[in-house]
Write a protein of this length. Structure first.
Length: 42
């Protein structure tokens, strides 16, 4: 029982880590797109 609980927590931690990594990638992509549009406007 304890091992499954730890496994669930570990999996949740991995999911959170993956989600934060995806969010960082999305943020980087958005900032890059904003930079592109701002430079093209200027």
């Amino acid at each position: 029982m304890c091992s499954t609980l730890v496994g669930k927590l570990n999996r949740r931690g991995l999911d959170l880590h993956e989600a934060s990594a995806q969010q960082t990638a999305v943020t980087n992509r958005l900032s890059a797109a904003v930079k592109k549009t701002s430079t093209s406007k200027a």
